[in-house]
Design a protein around this ligand. Structure first.
Ligand SMILES: NC(=O)c1ccc[n+]([C@@H]2O[C@H](COP(=O)([O-])OP(=O)(O)OC[C@H]3O[C@@H](n4cnc5c(N)ncnc54)[C@H](OP(=O)(O)O)[C@@H]3O)[C@@H](O)[C@H]2O)c1
Length: 334
């Protein structure tokens, strides 16, 4: 079968290739999936550039989320049947024609959900949903600030916050030309991070500040986050887009005195440590898609050979919305 393989760490496309490799077979507790669509993620790029904790070994087969049909079932798996439409968090290896997964990471896909949308759910949409509801504790009418608002996660937050009852939605982007796509996905205000951000956010909230900050930028923006968070508010750190060593957290006294909380979130960590919670989130994400309540911005590419260029675009911060690749089956709109 064909799979995308990263042979060594690289900041470019030169060490990523489509290779024919052995088709996996499931062991106890596992299934294989004929991949219909695979999600393409910034986390693949972090693995590609060699960030610690992303590629377990080299060569590395990237790909963290798929939709497709169950191909083969390993011993001890009774919850799934061959041919069933499913979505799965894959851990690695999802950018391939067939992927091997732990059965606990697989959930059925409702008939109403097209495969191309389902492929964006196990990592991206589930992360955005659980992050908002659990890690950020979103409640009605809360003001939410999202950094990197024009990307895949940024788009998912913009779609989810109104559905979950949230209020004003403020996004930041690294370059002014990215503001239009974030505004289109539903942000009330989008601010480029090239000026006095604290002042701009305060103005956008009539001085009140925000209740929740969703920050994938390591600790680079943490001072700003704390400066614009209202008392009782919460900052959730969920990425380290620049790579490198994050800086220290602020002194406890500042958090206590300011009535501020800082939390962390990792969907990969949740799938590994609490798969039941992650799969419940995925089921809920798929239900929201089935209800037609989310209008995710999905960009589809046609083959594995197109994926290195998408990774490069994400690596250069040029991505807008979410990217998926079609391996087989239903075409766009299907
Ligand atoms: N914790 C979790 O469970 C989880 C799950 C999924 C994704 N994430 C994280 O969430 C973030 C967004 O993911 P995504 O899949 O939505 O990615 P994406 O669409 O590619 O967006 C990534 C954005 O990061 C920003 N960025 C900042 N520094 C960058 C750099 N050095 N290189 C490239 N981009 C940089 C860019 O936006 P601006 O220039 O506008 O800031 C870029 O558009 C990533 O940091 C990812 O690691 C975390």
């Amino acid at each position: 079968m064909d799979a995308l393989v990263m042979t060594e760490p690289s900041h470019g496309t030169d060490r990523t290739e489509v290779r024919e490799i052995r088709t996996p077979r499931p062991g106890p507790g596992e299934v294989t999936i004929d991949v219909g669509y695979a999600g393409i993620n910034f986390l693949d790029v972090m693995a590609r550039r060699g960030d610690a904790g992303y590629a377990a070994a080299w060569p590395y087969t990237p790909g963290l989320e798929v939709s497709g049909t169950v191909r083969e079932i390993g011993p001890g798996v009774s919850s799934l049947t061959a041919g069933q439409r499913v979505a799965a968090f894959t851990g690695a290896g999802g950018l391939a024609e067939v992927v091997l997964v732990d059965a606990a990471y697989v959930v059925p896909v409702p008939d109403e959900v097209p495969a191309r949308l389902a492929a964006a759910a196990p990592l991206m949409l589930t992360a955005a949903l659980i992050l908002l509801e659990d890690a950020a504790g979103l409640r009605p009418d809360r003001t939410v600030l999202v950094h990197s608002a024009s990307g895949g996660m940024g788009n998912a937050f913009a779609q989810l916050v109104p559905v979950l009852g949230g209020g004003r939605l403020i996004g930041t982007v690294g370059r002014p030309e990215k503001a239009a796509s974030a505004l289109k996905s539903g942000y009330d205000v989008v601010i480029a991070r090239d000026g006095d951000l604290v002042r701009a956010i305060r103005e956008a909230t009539d001085g009140a500040g925000v209740d929740i900050v969703l920050d994938p930028l390591g600790t680079a923006m943490l001072e700003t986050d704390l400066a614009v968070t209202a008392p009782g508010g919460r900052v959730v750190l969920f990425g380290n887009a620049e790579g490198g060593q994050p800086g220290p957290l602020p002194p406890v006294g500042r958090l206590i005195g300011g009535n501020l909380s800082i939390g962390g979130f990792s969907i990969r960590g949740l799938w590994a440590s609490a798969p039941g919670r992650a799969s419940a989130g995925l089921l809920r994400a798929l239900t929201l898609l089935a209800d037609g309540r989310l209008n995710l911005a999905i960009n589809e590419v046609e083959s594995l050979a197109d994926v290195p260029a998408v990774h490069q675009s994400l690596a250069e911060g040029r991505g807008e919305g979410k990217y998926v690749v079609r391996l087989r089956g239903e075409r766009a709109g299907g």
